[in-house]
Design a protein around this ligand. Structure first.
Ligand code: UD1
Length: 424
């Protein structure tokens, strides 16, 4: 069994370059089914990305990786039922629904997997695609979808700005005749990146402040695109530096992507400097608490950064409060943090973190992707040697995680046999 062994206490310092955003790469890979040839730069080597590539291959595409560039040829794409185990491997496989409907006029996919963050229904995806004219039936854990007449543009108002539903509808609407307007759409930077990719393929997608407009049914062509930097990887390294009293610079970071996190880090006593394409953090000897952090859709504080901030706040000089507004069950890492001595009280969606002087080492298990990253942050700051298992969660989202942390001075190593599947 693979495990991370982390000897805590080293102050992180130095600079690293951020990977491409997982949450951009995944929808773009699904959308690549619709282009001809795609050259995708800055695509991180992650198990979720491999799963998306494997799905593309089962649909007749060829996929080749050279470093961080993926070459995808969808010229011979043909309909196939993607194998259930691939669809279940990650939640964003649901994005292939919109792409397959647009490309083949049909799709049969199993309900997606992904992090265990509560119910995570896909009703908004289904409702949106139905409005575009798709016929969708649910049967025994599968979604069977087809179109009897071409998809047709329409107005869709989402009850909540769901990232995945916005992306799925955007992808499908590029093939729909006429104009689609998505209201109350998600506005995460990854949505803008997907739009830029599709526009680079010849689509017309316009992001306004309160709606997304898609003029569909334009012929799509080959495209070369660079994935935006990963703002959640940025949050993770910033919190790791904050928790260890460190001083780091993140190359290729974009200020706007992390704009909601900067005031929180400043409240915690960190000094932040934003350059043209880099961001640096200098932490105080001991962090101050954050009065209240509420997770919200972009441009609010991202739910994906909640766990790593919580890990850093465990040793702040006082009590902090968090409110998780996006997912109903996103505190699974709390029990593991408490094994390291953290004092955290949960009541429904609210967490109160009472800062203690120092965390201690423990054997802990990743519960989900970002929860796993939080355990790494905590272990880096803790006294003694911690062992972290269930690394498959972390491997879904962090490329070269240990290597980058070692570069910053962390004492971290991976042991045990690799249990991952194939990585493209
Ligand atoms: C994406 C991100 C994930 C991030 C999340 C919120 C990817 C691959 N994943 O996930 O890392 O944590 O955005 O920023 O980009 N919901 C419904 N019905 C739906 C769809 C969503 O009720 O049809 C609910 C979800 O259960 C959740 C909330 O809406 O409570 C937000 O989900 P959504 O924005 O769709 O997240 P994902 O796209 O799954």
């Amino acid at each position: 069994m693979e495990r991370l062994i982390i000897k805590g206490g080293n102050r992180l310092s130095g600079e690293i370059t951020l990977q491409g955003a997982k949450n951009s790469a995944l929808p773009i890979l699904a959308a690549a089914l619709l282009g001809k040839k795609t050259v995708l730069h800055n695509c991180p080597n992650l198990s979720d990305v491999s799963a998306a590539c494997n799905i593309l291959e089962t649909l007749g595409c060829t996929v080749m990786r050279q470093g961080t560039t993926l070459f995808i040829d969808a010229g011979n794409a043909k309909y196939n039922d993607p194998p259930e185990h691939l669809m279940r491997e990650m939640r964003s496989s649901i994005l292939f629904l919109g792409a397959m409907l647009a490309g083949f006029g049909k799709a049969r996919v199993s309900f997606p997997g992904g992090c265990e963050l509560g119910a995570r229904p896909v009703d908004m995806h289904i409702e949106g695609l139905r409005k575009l004219g798709a016929l969708i039936e649910e049967d025994h854990g599968f979604l069977s979808c087809r179109v009897e007449k071409p998809l047709c543009g329409c107005e869709i108002t989402l009850p909540f700005p769901s990232v995945g539903a916005t992306e799925n509808i955007m992808i499908a609407a590029t093939a729909a005749k006429g104009c689609t307007v998505i209201r109350n759409a998600a506005r995460e930077p990854e949505i803008a990146d997907l739009a830029e990719f599709l526009n680079g393929c010849g689509a017309y997608i316009c992001l306004n402040s309160d709606e997304i407009i898609i003029e569909g049914a334009r012929p799509l062509h080959s495209c070369e695109h660079t994935v935006i930097p990963d703002r959640i990887e940025a949050a993770t390294f910033l919190c790791a530096a904050a928790a260890t009293g460190g001083d780091i610079t993140l190359k290729s970071a974009r200020k706007n992507d992390v704009v909601s996190m900067i005031p929180v880090l400043e409240e915690m006593g960190c000094i932040i400097n934003c350059g043209e394409s880099e961001l640096s953090l200098k932490a105080p000897k001991r962090l101050l608490p954050a009065k209240i952090i509420k997770t919200m859709p972009y441009p609010g504080f991202p739910t994906d950064a909640q766990a790593v901030f919580m890990a850093a706040l465990c040793t702040a000089q006082g009590s902090s409060m968090m409110v998780e507004n996006i997912f109903e069950a996103r505190y699974k890492h709390v029990g593991e943090l408490m094994r390291m001595g953290a004092k955290i009280h949960i009541s429904d969606r609210v967490a109160v973190i009472d800062g203690i002087d120092r965390l201690h080492s423990a054997s802990v298990q990743c519960t989900d992707l970002r929860g796993g990253a939080a355990l790494v942050v905590a272990a880096l700051a803790a006294e003694g040697e911690s062992v972290i298992t269930s690394l498959r969660h972390i491997d879904r989202g962090y490329d070269l995680f240990e290597q980058k942390l070692r570069l910053l001075g962390a004492d971290i190593k991976r042991e045990g046999a690799k249990t991952d599947g194939k990585k493209i």
